[in-house]
Design a protein around this ligand. Structure first.
Ligand SMILES: [Fe+2]
Ligand SMILES: [Fe+2]
Length: 476
């Protein structure tokens, strides 16, 4: 099953050639996709050879090939993880029954909406990042950006395959619409908030790939538990690629904090102005970017108390991350406690566990984020600087769920709107902060031997190549 047919127009391991109608539909969508890529993908590098990995199999070792390719020629394909023999529904009311190979009529709209929502994030992030190549801190980073971009494109293919193969005409219409919405466009925005935010500097890019791609990881983990088996198999393979995106974010931020803190020590400076005078991104500004992208990403999990989440779980459409690691897969008896704020007063409320499934997923996400933050802090400490980055309270700066519409400080204490307004500039990037970060990223670094001043070099290159390898052959 995992054998890939690579000489087709569309590489795949789903025996596409056996289903002529589906093959024709996808081959008709393909040129529209390429047009979208050329119009909305990375600006200024479409003719360059880029050292990219391409999925060629779903085997855990040797699933990818690394070579130079021009991005519009990337072999975007359809890859599903191998089926799990006799797989049964992982959670909910039908726990233990056989999984679905076709979409049950009663779940058709829900599944389509979930697939479209996931699919919409993939091209959205490519659009958000399309100008970043022109200010890259190194050729190594430039290549990583493009790797993330082409794989988000492939994730769009993954969702479009499901839409075309299981949702008939409405699926095909949704697949077209996925190429028509545009990140940040007031008239035809992408579906989710964080995917309409500008991501036009590299600090935002690293925060995005750390925090927002990690939301993607948790959504994919939950969908990998789906009773709709093709969705489970698709998302399981997407997770393989997703790991690299979060690596780019984690090591990107790490290299910035390492560079800043080591230079602070070397020059014996602590004041923000003096740190900035060295052309570095000061740590308080890093904290503000962290606050912004963490909270935007928290919103992507949806409301804390959600009847939709309960019904996805009940029907087996969406599980928890690594459902098998939980004991009770029915979750009818448990409760989940929240601190709510009513008229400024804290009230504790227990809700049925099924209604809190978004929050259960968010808990695991926050824990995973904390692991990365701890690593960053160890690096700052190892450089002899007293400063700790911190995840803000999940009540802070929320626009979705029970804490939206209220103001909290970064520790989660309720405050009034005037206090929030007065403190906001200390918590979230100001226009001046953004302008400063951008001022460091005016000129791209296209010489493989060089690295921008504000970021440290990575520990190693890609796939055994040296850090200063010519990962992108770009004629200036
Ligand atoms: Fe993705
Ligand atoms: Fe991603």
């Amino acid at each position: 099953m995992s054998q890939v047919i690579n000489d087709d127009k569309i590489p795949n391991n789903v025996h596409l050639a056996d289903d002529k109608k589906l093959q024709r539909a996808l081959e008709a969508w393909q040129p529209n996709y390429i047009n979208w890529w050329k119009e909305m993908g990375p600006v200024g590098f479409q003719e360059d050879d880029v050292y990219l990995r391409t999925a060629i199999s779903v085997e855990s070792d040797g699933w990818a090939n690394f070579d130079y390719v021009k991005m519009p020629d990337y072999r975007w394909g359809i890859f599903l993880a191998d089926p799990v023999k006799d797989r049964t529904i992982a959670c909910g009311d039908d726990y233990g029954k056989p999984v679905w190979q076709q979409v049950p009529g009663e779940h058709r709209n829900t599944l389509r909406r979930l697939i479209v929502t996931q699919g919409d994030t993939e091209p959205a992030s490519v659009e958000q990042q399309r100008l970043l190549g022109q200010t890259c801190p190194s050729v190594y980073d430039l290549r990583n950006l493009f790797q993330v971009n082409v794989e988000e494109g492939r994730h769009l293919w993954a969702m479009v395959f499901l839409l075309h193969s299981h949702f008939g005409r409405d699926g095909r219409e949704e697949a077209e619409a996925l190429l028509e919405r545009r990140s940040g466009d007031a008239n035809k925005p992408r579906l989710l908030g964080a995917f309409n935010e500008p991501c036009t500097d590299w600090l935002s890019f690293f925060m995005f790939t750390f925090f927002t791609d990690r939301d993607g990881k948790y959504q994919l983990l939950a969908l990998a538990e789906s009773a709709f088996d093709p969705l489970s198999r698709t998302t399981r393979f997407m997770l393989t690629e997703e790991a690299h995106h979060m690596f780019v974010g984690e090591t990107g931020v790490l290299r910035v904090v390492d560079r800043t803190s080591s230079q602070m020590k070397a020059h014996n400076v602590e004041d923000l102005d003096k740190v900035r005078a060295l052309g570095l991104i000061d740590l308080p500004t890093m904290q503000k970017y962290l606050n912004l992208w963490f909270t935007l990403s928290l919103d992507l999990f949806g409301g804390e108390i959600s009847s939709n989440a309960a019904s996805y779980f009940a029907s087996g459409i969406k599980g928890r991350a690594k459902e098998a690691s939980h004991e009770d897969h029915i979750a009818l008896n448990g409760t989940y406690g929240f601190d709510q704020f009513k008229d400024g007063k804290k009230v504790h409320e227990d809700v049925p566990l099924r209604n809190a499934m978004n929050e259960v997923l968010r808990d695991e996400y926050v824990e995973d984020c904390q692991r990365g933050v701890d690593k960053w802090n160890r690096t700052i400490a190892a450089n002899g600087i007293q400063f700790q980055l911190k995840l803000p309270s999940r009540r802070f700066h929320r626009h979705v769920g029970i804490y939206s519409g209220m103001c909290f400080d970064t520790d989660g204490n309720p405050i009034d709107a005037a206090t929030f307004a007065a403190k906001q500039d200390a918590w979230l990037p100001t226009d001046a902060d953004k302008a400063y970060v951008k001022s460091l990223q005016q000129k791209p670094v296209y010489d493989p031997k060089q690295m921008a001043n504000w970021i440290g070099a990575p520990k190693q290159g890609i796939k055994g190549r040296p850090v200063d390898f010519e990962y992108v052959r770009h004629e200036v």
